[in-house]
Write a protein that binds this ligand. Structure first.
Ligand SMILES: Nc1ncnc2c1ncn2[C@@H]1O[C@H](COP(=O)(O)OP(=O)(O)O)[C@@H](O)[C@H]1O
Ligand SMILES: [Mg+2]
Length: 271
């Protein structure tokens, strides 16, 4: 039996390749219960492939993946039903079904896992998720094409939360949003994580996101997770890629943004 101290996600010796191209080799990672783990790495380092391997959509060449203490590698769909119910996923690009309304999009996982739910209950759950992700209540009957970029992301998040998951996978959720929209989405992620007690596996390019809401950060490079820790712990490692990533121009801008937020919060508290 899994107990509370066990990592929610445990990856050991993961190997993934496509033809001659080895994407991961000897990759290890633990995600702790209740944390927001940021996953960073250059474009094409295999962040999305890692997520897909964890949730069983990509069968690795080698390695072990446990989620909630259960293996997810190479299992029949029927065998993982009970654990798939316990996670929600916002895929990169977050594609909603364009021919379905927002509410119907949210209902897709509900119908998949609970086909017996009556329509009235599906509608009720969908409205609740829509509001929970900060969308206006009248967004439910709208089609994705009628929504702004930020609202689409929220609708995708509402769908990922449809089954009341304990574990949330977010692949580049703020990509394509302007800085204000991205910061608002980060805040939403953090507040949902706190109120719902979620564990979050968060792939991002966004340094502001890492500073603002991630408890720890895992760095993907050289086909594996080369380091995982708080940003301060990572910086103490003196690794050239990590140094450049966090201390380059974008890293410095992110620190400045954080400082500005802290000052604002401080001023609010004092007022
Ligand atoms: N289904 C696939 N078939 C072939 N190559 C793939 C496939 N999925 C991903 N790759 C390759 O694996 C590498 C890692 O991809 P990905 O995980 O999407 O990177 P990122 O870190 O940007 O999310 C890339 O070089 C990509 O081209
Ligand atoms: Mg990706």
């Amino acid at each position: 039996m899994a107990d509370d101290q066990d990592p929610v996600i445990r990856v050991r010796g993961l190997k993934n390749s496509f033809g001659d191209q080895v994407v991961h080799e000897g990759l290890d990672l633990d995600v702790r219960r209740g944390e927001i783990l940021g996953v960073v790495g250059g474009s094409g380092t295999g962040k999305s492939v890692l997520m897909r391997s964890i949730i069983g959509l990509q069968v690795p060449d080698a390695g072990e993946v446990l989620v909630f203490g259960e293996p997810t590698v190479d299992r029949e769909e029927s065998e993982t039903l009970d654990i798939r119910k316990r996670w929600g996923v916002l895929f990169q690009g977050g594609a909603l079904f364009s021919t379905l309304t927002v509410a119907e999009n949210v209902q897709v996982p509900l119908k998949e896992f609970y086909p017996e739910l009556p329509l009235s209950l599906l509608d009720e759950i969908a409205s609740y998720k829509v509001v929970m992700t900060g969308l206006p209540a009248d967004a439910g009957p709208k089609f994705p094409a009628e929504l702004s970029g930020g609202m689409k992301k929220r609708a995708g998040l509402a769908r990922a939360l449809a089954l009341d998951p304990e574990l949330l996978f977010l692949d580049e959720p703020t990509a394509g949003l302007d800085p204000i929209g991205a910061a608002a989405f980060d805040e939403l992620t953090k507040s949902l994580q706190k109120t719902l007690g979620l564990t979050v596996f968060l792939i991002t390019h966004d340094l502001d996101t890492l500073y603002a809401i991630c408890d720890r950060v895992a760095v993907l490079a050289d086909k594996k997770v080369i380091a995982v820790g708080t940003i301060d712990e990572l910086l103490a490692l003196d690794h050239p890629w990590i140094e450049e990533y966090f201390k380059g121009p974008r890293g410095r801008a992110a620190v400045a943004t954080q400082d500005a937020h802290k000052t604002q919060a401080h001023e609010k508290a004092e007022a």
